[in-house]
Design a binder for this molecule. Structure first.
Ligand code: SAM
Ligand code: SF4
Length: 339
Protein backbone atom coordinates (compact mmCIF):
# COMPACT_ATOMS: atom_id res chain seq x y z
CA UNK A 1 0.00 0.00 0.00
CA UNK A 2 1.27 3.46 -0.86
CA UNK A 3 2.41 5.81 1.86
CA UNK A 4 -0.48 8.18 2.56
CA UNK A 5 0.76 11.70 3.09
CA UNK A 6 -2.56 13.40 2.41
CA UNK A 7 -3.67 15.69 5.24
CA UNK A 8 -6.81 14.98 7.20
CA UNK A 9 -10.05 16.04 5.60
CA UNK A 10 -13.52 15.58 7.04
CA UNK A 11 -14.70 13.16 4.34
CA UNK A 12 -11.74 11.71 2.44
CA UNK A 13 -12.28 9.63 -0.67
CA UNK A 14 -11.50 6.04 0.35
CA UNK A 15 -12.35 3.13 -1.93
CA UNK A 16 -13.61 -0.35 -1.06
CA UNK A 17 -10.00 -1.61 -0.84
CA UNK A 18 -8.98 1.03 1.68
CA UNK A 19 -7.03 3.11 -0.85
CA UNK A 20 -7.23 6.83 -0.26
CA UNK A 21 -7.70 8.89 -3.43
CA UNK A 22 -5.54 11.99 -3.24
CA UNK A 23 -4.58 12.47 -6.90
CA UNK A 24 -6.73 13.64 -9.82
CA UNK A 25 -5.61 13.57 -13.44
CA UNK A 26 -7.82 15.85 -15.45
CA UNK A 27 -7.93 15.92 -19.22
CA UNK A 28 -8.91 19.34 -20.53
CA UNK A 29 -9.05 18.43 -24.22
CA UNK A 30 -8.86 15.37 -26.46
CA UNK A 31 -7.15 17.43 -29.16
CA UNK A 32 -3.46 17.42 -29.90
CA UNK A 33 -1.01 19.01 -32.32
CA UNK A 34 0.93 15.71 -32.60
CA UNK A 35 -0.19 12.18 -33.54
CA UNK A 36 2.15 9.84 -31.64
CA UNK A 37 2.14 6.39 -33.19
CA UNK A 38 1.36 4.62 -29.89
CA UNK A 39 -1.32 7.09 -28.79
CA UNK A 40 -3.75 8.06 -31.52
CA UNK A 41 -4.52 7.29 -35.14
CA UNK A 42 -3.39 9.67 -37.88
CA UNK A 43 -6.95 10.54 -38.78
CA UNK A 44 -8.63 10.97 -35.45
CA UNK A 45 -12.14 12.09 -34.66
CA UNK A 46 -12.09 14.90 -32.11
CA UNK A 47 -15.09 15.82 -30.01
CA UNK A 48 -17.02 18.97 -30.91
CA UNK A 49 -15.99 21.77 -28.53
CA UNK A 50 -19.57 21.92 -27.22
CA UNK A 51 -19.01 18.47 -25.67
CA UNK A 52 -16.12 19.65 -23.50
CA UNK A 53 -16.47 20.75 -19.93
CA UNK A 54 -16.54 24.52 -19.73
CA UNK A 55 -13.84 26.34 -17.83
CA UNK A 56 -16.28 26.94 -14.96
CA UNK A 57 -17.17 23.24 -14.86
CA UNK A 58 -13.51 22.26 -14.81
CA UNK A 59 -12.98 24.61 -11.87
CA UNK A 60 -16.07 23.27 -10.04
CA UNK A 61 -15.00 19.65 -10.51
CA UNK A 62 -11.49 20.30 -9.26
CA UNK A 63 -12.89 22.22 -6.29
CA UNK A 64 -15.12 19.27 -5.37
CA UNK A 65 -12.17 16.87 -5.45
CA UNK A 66 -9.98 19.20 -3.39
CA UNK A 67 -12.77 19.53 -0.82
CA UNK A 68 -12.74 15.72 -0.53
CA UNK A 69 -9.01 15.54 0.15
CA UNK A 70 -7.43 15.48 -3.29
CA UNK A 71 -4.07 17.21 -2.85
CA UNK A 72 -2.51 16.75 -6.25
CA UNK A 73 -3.98 17.64 -9.64
CA UNK A 74 -2.30 16.92 -12.97
CA UNK A 75 -3.70 18.69 -16.02
CA UNK A 76 -3.36 16.57 -19.13
CA UNK A 77 -5.05 15.70 -22.40
CA UNK A 78 -4.71 15.38 -25.40
CA UNK A 79 -2.30 18.23 -25.33
CA UNK A 80 -3.44 20.51 -22.50
CA UNK A 81 -1.65 23.58 -23.86
CA UNK A 82 -3.72 23.58 -27.08
CA UNK A 83 -6.82 24.49 -25.06
CA UNK A 84 -7.08 28.28 -25.28
CA UNK A 85 -8.44 29.03 -21.80
CA UNK A 86 -6.27 26.52 -19.95
CA UNK A 87 -4.09 29.19 -18.31
CA UNK A 88 -7.18 30.56 -16.57
CA UNK A 89 -7.72 27.11 -15.09
CA UNK A 90 -4.13 27.07 -13.83
CA UNK A 91 -4.66 30.55 -12.37
CA UNK A 92 -7.81 29.44 -10.59
CA UNK A 93 -6.33 26.22 -9.20
CA UNK A 94 -3.16 28.01 -8.17
CA UNK A 95 -5.26 29.88 -5.64
CA UNK A 96 -5.92 26.57 -3.83
CA UNK A 97 -2.19 25.99 -3.33
CA UNK A 98 -0.48 27.14 -0.12
CA UNK A 99 -3.13 26.32 2.43
CA UNK A 100 -6.19 25.96 0.19
CA UNK A 101 -6.08 22.16 0.20
CA UNK A 102 -4.03 21.61 -2.94
CA UNK A 103 -0.39 20.65 -2.46
CA UNK A 104 0.69 20.18 -6.05
CA UNK A 105 -0.54 21.44 -9.39
CA UNK A 106 1.21 20.03 -12.40
CA UNK A 107 0.81 19.05 -16.05
CA UNK A 108 1.88 16.55 -18.68
CA UNK A 109 2.69 18.11 -22.03
CA UNK A 110 4.42 17.44 -25.32
CA UNK A 111 6.09 20.85 -24.78
CA UNK A 112 5.47 22.16 -28.31
CA UNK A 113 3.96 25.30 -26.77
CA UNK A 114 5.71 25.27 -23.43
CA UNK A 115 8.14 28.04 -24.32
CA UNK A 116 5.38 30.65 -24.30
CA UNK A 117 3.56 29.27 -21.23
CA UNK A 118 6.39 28.21 -18.91
CA UNK A 119 6.67 31.47 -16.98
CA UNK A 120 2.89 31.82 -16.52
CA UNK A 121 2.71 28.25 -15.27
CA UNK A 122 5.41 29.00 -12.72
CA UNK A 123 3.60 32.17 -11.68
CA UNK A 124 0.43 30.09 -11.13
CA UNK A 125 2.31 27.87 -8.68
CA UNK A 126 3.30 24.98 -10.96
CA UNK A 127 6.74 23.69 -9.95
CA UNK A 128 7.10 20.46 -11.92
CA UNK A 129 6.13 19.38 -15.42
CA UNK A 130 6.25 16.04 -17.21
CA UNK A 131 7.31 16.32 -20.82
CA UNK A 132 6.88 13.48 -23.29
CA UNK A 133 9.99 12.93 -25.37
CA UNK A 134 10.82 9.57 -26.93
CA UNK A 135 13.90 10.40 -28.97
CA UNK A 136 16.51 13.08 -29.64
CA UNK A 137 16.76 12.15 -33.31
CA UNK A 138 14.81 14.78 -35.32
CA UNK A 139 13.85 12.35 -38.09
CA UNK A 140 12.68 9.66 -35.69
CA UNK A 141 10.83 12.27 -33.61
CA UNK A 142 9.02 13.39 -36.72
CA UNK A 143 8.15 9.78 -37.60
CA UNK A 144 6.98 8.84 -34.08
CA UNK A 145 4.86 11.98 -33.69
CA UNK A 146 3.76 11.91 -37.36
CA UNK A 147 5.18 15.28 -38.32
CA UNK A 148 6.35 16.88 -35.08
CA UNK A 149 9.31 19.26 -34.86
CA UNK A 150 11.84 18.17 -32.23
CA UNK A 151 13.19 21.74 -32.02
CA UNK A 152 9.91 23.02 -30.61
CA UNK A 153 9.81 20.42 -27.86
CA UNK A 154 13.44 21.05 -26.94
CA UNK A 155 12.77 24.81 -26.84
CA UNK A 156 9.83 24.13 -24.53
CA UNK A 157 11.97 22.05 -22.18
CA UNK A 158 14.63 24.75 -22.13
CA UNK A 159 12.07 27.48 -21.39
CA UNK A 160 10.59 25.40 -18.57
CA UNK A 161 13.98 24.95 -16.96
CA UNK A 162 14.71 28.68 -17.35
CA UNK A 163 11.42 29.52 -15.65
CA UNK A 164 12.38 27.36 -12.66
CA UNK A 165 10.15 24.37 -13.44
CA UNK A 166 11.54 20.93 -12.60
CA UNK A 167 11.22 18.84 -15.76
CA UNK A 168 10.76 15.08 -15.87
CA UNK A 169 10.80 13.32 -19.21
CA UNK A 170 8.43 10.49 -20.14
CA UNK A 171 9.58 8.14 -22.88
CA UNK A 172 7.55 5.25 -24.24
CA UNK A 173 9.88 2.34 -25.04
CA UNK A 174 9.16 1.16 -28.56
CA UNK A 175 10.51 -2.01 -30.11
CA UNK A 176 12.67 -1.38 -33.14
CA UNK A 177 12.14 2.40 -32.89
CA UNK A 178 13.81 4.18 -29.96
CA UNK A 179 15.16 1.16 -28.05
CA UNK A 180 18.77 1.68 -29.10
CA UNK A 181 18.84 5.34 -28.18
CA UNK A 182 17.23 5.27 -24.77
CA UNK A 183 20.66 5.39 -23.06
CA UNK A 184 21.57 8.54 -25.04
CA UNK A 185 18.23 10.14 -24.17
CA UNK A 186 18.75 9.34 -20.48
CA UNK A 187 22.31 10.63 -20.52
CA UNK A 188 21.24 13.87 -22.19
CA UNK A 189 18.38 14.35 -19.70
CA UNK A 190 20.45 13.58 -16.62
CA UNK A 191 23.12 15.96 -17.84
CA UNK A 192 20.48 18.71 -17.65
CA UNK A 193 19.05 17.62 -14.32
CA UNK A 194 15.91 15.97 -15.73
CA UNK A 195 14.80 12.56 -14.47
CA UNK A 196 13.39 10.13 -17.03
CA UNK A 197 10.48 7.73 -16.75
CA UNK A 198 10.30 4.87 -19.22
CA UNK A 199 6.84 3.54 -20.04
CA UNK A 200 5.71 0.26 -21.59
CA UNK A 201 3.27 0.81 -24.43
CA UNK A 202 -0.27 0.11 -23.24
CA UNK A 203 -3.04 -1.43 -25.35
CA UNK A 204 -5.49 1.47 -25.08
CA UNK A 205 -7.47 2.80 -28.05
CA UNK A 206 -6.74 2.63 -31.76
CA UNK A 207 -3.43 4.13 -32.84
CA UNK A 208 -3.36 2.63 -36.31
CA UNK A 209 -0.71 0.12 -35.16
CA UNK A 210 -0.82 -3.29 -33.54
CA UNK A 211 0.59 -2.58 -30.06
CA UNK A 212 2.13 -6.06 -29.92
CA UNK A 213 4.56 -5.01 -32.68
CA UNK A 214 5.54 -1.90 -30.67
CA UNK A 215 5.72 -3.50 -27.24
CA UNK A 216 9.15 -3.61 -25.61
CA UNK A 217 9.23 -5.11 -22.10
CA UNK A 218 11.10 -2.82 -19.73
CA UNK A 219 12.92 -5.65 -18.00
CA UNK A 220 14.88 -6.09 -21.25
CA UNK A 221 15.58 -2.34 -21.40
CA UNK A 222 16.69 -2.39 -17.80
CA UNK A 223 19.16 -5.22 -18.42
CA UNK A 224 20.75 -3.17 -21.21
CA UNK A 225 21.00 -0.12 -18.97
CA UNK A 226 22.54 -2.26 -16.20
CA UNK A 227 25.24 -3.39 -18.59
CA UNK A 228 26.20 0.26 -19.03
CA UNK A 229 25.55 1.88 -15.65
CA UNK A 230 25.17 1.07 -11.96
CA UNK A 231 21.47 1.25 -11.10
CA UNK A 232 20.60 1.51 -7.40
CA UNK A 233 16.91 0.86 -6.59
CA UNK A 234 15.26 3.72 -4.69
CA UNK A 235 12.45 3.28 -2.17
CA UNK A 236 10.41 6.22 -3.59
CA UNK A 237 6.77 5.30 -4.06
CA UNK A 238 4.29 8.10 -4.49
CA UNK A 239 1.20 5.96 -4.91
CA UNK A 240 2.10 5.94 -8.57
CA UNK A 241 3.08 3.12 -10.86
CA UNK A 242 6.76 3.98 -11.33
CA UNK A 243 9.64 2.14 -9.65
CA UNK A 244 12.77 4.28 -9.50
CA UNK A 245 16.50 3.69 -9.66
CA UNK A 246 19.39 6.09 -9.28
CA UNK A 247 22.16 5.96 -11.86
CA UNK A 248 25.47 6.18 -10.01
CA UNK A 249 27.40 7.50 -13.02
CA UNK A 250 24.98 10.31 -13.99
CA UNK A 251 23.40 11.09 -10.60
CA UNK A 252 19.94 11.11 -12.23
CA UNK A 253 16.90 8.91 -11.68
CA UNK A 254 15.10 6.52 -14.01
CA UNK A 255 11.51 5.45 -13.39
CA UNK A 256 10.03 2.29 -14.88
CA UNK A 257 6.30 2.07 -15.53
CA UNK A 258 5.45 -1.54 -16.33
CA UNK A 259 1.70 -1.99 -16.64
CA UNK A 260 2.19 -5.13 -18.72
CA UNK A 261 5.05 -6.86 -16.93
CA UNK A 262 4.48 -5.69 -13.37
CA UNK A 263 1.25 -4.96 -11.55
CA UNK A 264 1.09 -1.48 -10.04
CA UNK A 265 -2.47 -1.31 -8.76
CA UNK A 266 -2.15 -2.11 -5.04
CA UNK A 267 -1.20 1.38 -3.97
CA UNK A 268 -3.35 3.24 -6.51
CA UNK A 269 -4.25 6.70 -5.20
CA UNK A 270 -5.68 8.25 -8.36
CA UNK A 271 -8.69 8.74 -10.58
CA UNK A 272 -9.06 10.33 -13.99
CA UNK A 273 -11.61 12.73 -15.41
CA UNK A 274 -12.00 13.13 -19.17
CA UNK A 275 -12.54 16.43 -20.93
CA UNK A 276 -16.25 15.58 -21.12
CA UNK A 277 -16.51 15.02 -17.37
CA UNK A 278 -16.50 11.21 -17.30
CA UNK A 279 -14.80 9.92 -14.18
CA UNK A 280 -12.72 6.83 -14.95
CA UNK A 281 -11.69 4.90 -11.90
CA UNK A 282 -8.95 2.93 -13.65
CA UNK A 283 -6.97 3.63 -16.83
CA UNK A 284 -7.39 0.06 -18.02
CA UNK A 285 -11.02 -0.58 -17.10
CA UNK A 286 -14.38 0.72 -18.25
CA UNK A 287 -16.09 1.67 -14.98
CA UNK A 288 -17.09 5.32 -15.35
CA UNK A 289 -19.46 7.90 -13.95
CA UNK A 290 -20.85 11.04 -15.55
CA UNK A 291 -19.76 13.93 -13.32
CA UNK A 292 -20.86 16.52 -15.86
CA UNK A 293 -24.45 15.24 -15.87
CA UNK A 294 -24.48 15.25 -12.07
CA UNK A 295 -23.08 18.76 -11.91
CA UNK A 296 -25.49 20.12 -14.50
CA UNK A 297 -28.56 18.39 -13.04
CA UNK A 298 -27.92 18.57 -9.31
CA UNK A 299 -25.04 20.95 -8.69
CA UNK A 300 -22.29 20.47 -6.07
CA UNK A 301 -24.43 18.23 -3.83
CA UNK A 302 -25.12 15.72 -6.62
CA UNK A 303 -21.46 15.76 -7.57
CA UNK A 304 -20.43 15.04 -4.00
CA UNK A 305 -22.85 12.10 -3.76
CA UNK A 306 -21.51 10.66 -7.00
CA UNK A 307 -17.96 10.77 -5.63
CA UNK A 308 -19.09 8.52 -2.77
CA UNK A 309 -20.57 6.10 -5.28
CA UNK A 310 -17.31 6.22 -7.25
CA UNK A 311 -15.38 5.00 -4.23
CA UNK A 312 -17.71 2.02 -3.91
CA UNK A 313 -17.07 0.87 -7.50
CA UNK A 314 -13.38 1.69 -8.07
CA UNK A 315 -11.96 -1.63 -9.35
CA UNK A 316 -9.10 -3.42 -7.63
CA UNK A 317 -6.89 -3.20 -10.71
CA UNK A 318 -6.56 -3.47 -14.46
CA UNK A 319 -6.07 -6.60 -16.50
CA UNK A 320 -3.98 -5.41 -19.42
CA UNK A 321 -2.56 -8.06 -21.70
CA UNK A 322 -0.89 -7.69 -25.06
CA UNK A 323 -0.97 -10.25 -27.87
CA UNK A 324 -0.51 -10.11 -31.64
CA UNK A 325 -3.71 -8.98 -33.34
CA UNK A 326 -5.60 -8.62 -30.05
CA UNK A 327 -8.06 -5.75 -29.62
CA UNK A 328 -7.02 -2.95 -27.23
CA UNK A 329 -7.94 -3.56 -23.57
CA UNK A 330 -10.14 -0.47 -23.69
CA UNK A 331 -11.44 1.31 -26.80
CA UNK A 332 -10.57 4.85 -25.70
CA UNK A 333 -7.02 6.06 -26.22
CA UNK A 334 -4.81 7.70 -23.62
CA UNK A 335 -5.50 11.17 -25.00
CA UNK A 336 -9.19 10.61 -24.32
CA UNK A 337 -8.87 9.29 -20.77
CA UNK A 338 -6.06 11.64 -19.83
CA UNK A 339 -2.68 9.93 -19.70
N1 SAM B 1 0.01 15.34 -24.86
C1 SAM B 1 0.63 15.24 -23.59
C2 SAM B 1 1.91 14.44 -23.68
O1 SAM B 1 2.12 13.74 -24.66
O2 SAM B 1 2.67 14.53 -22.72
C3 SAM B 1 -0.24 14.70 -22.48
C4 SAM B 1 -1.16 13.57 -22.83
S1 SAM B 1 -0.38 12.05 -23.29
C5 SAM B 1 -1.78 11.03 -23.60
C6 SAM B 1 0.25 11.53 -21.72
C7 SAM B 1 1.26 10.41 -21.74
O3 SAM B 1 0.66 9.24 -22.21
C8 SAM B 1 2.47 10.67 -22.61
O4 SAM B 1 3.64 10.57 -21.83
C9 SAM B 1 2.43 9.56 -23.63
O5 SAM B 1 3.70 9.14 -23.97
C10 SAM B 1 1.64 8.49 -22.91
N2 SAM B 1 0.95 7.55 -23.78
C11 SAM B 1 0.04 7.81 -24.74
N3 SAM B 1 -0.42 6.65 -25.29
C12 SAM B 1 0.23 5.64 -24.66
C13 SAM B 1 0.19 4.21 -24.76
N4 SAM B 1 -0.61 3.60 -25.63
N5 SAM B 1 0.98 3.50 -23.94
C14 SAM B 1 1.78 4.10 -23.03
N6 SAM B 1 1.86 5.45 -22.88
C15 SAM B 1 1.10 6.20 -23.69
FE1 SF4 C 1 -0.59 14.01 -28.40
FE2 SF4 C 1 0.45 13.31 -26.07
FE3 SF4 C 1 -0.95 11.53 -27.52
FE4 SF4 C 1 1.42 12.32 -28.39
S1 SF4 C 1 1.02 11.20 -26.50
S2 SF4 C 1 -0.47 12.19 -29.63
S3 SF4 C 1 1.51 14.41 -27.73
S4 SF4 C 1 -1.73 13.35 -26.60
Amino acid sequence: MARDTAPATARPLIDAFGRRISYLRLSVTDRCDLRCVYCMAERTYFLPKSELLTLEELMALCGAFIDRGVTKIRITGGEPLVRRDVMRLFGNLGQRLNGGGLEELTLTTNATQLDRHAQTLFDCGVRRVNVSLDTLDPALFSRLTRGGDLGKTLAGIEAAAQAGLKVKLNAVALKGANEDELPALIEWAHGRGHDVTLIEVMPVGDSGYDRATQFLPLDAVRRRLEARWTLAPLPDRTGGPARYVKVAETGGRIGFITPLTGNFCDGCNRVRVTCTGRLYLCLGRNEKLDLRAALRAGGPQALDTLLDHAMAIKPKGHDFAIAPGAAPAVARNMAHTGG
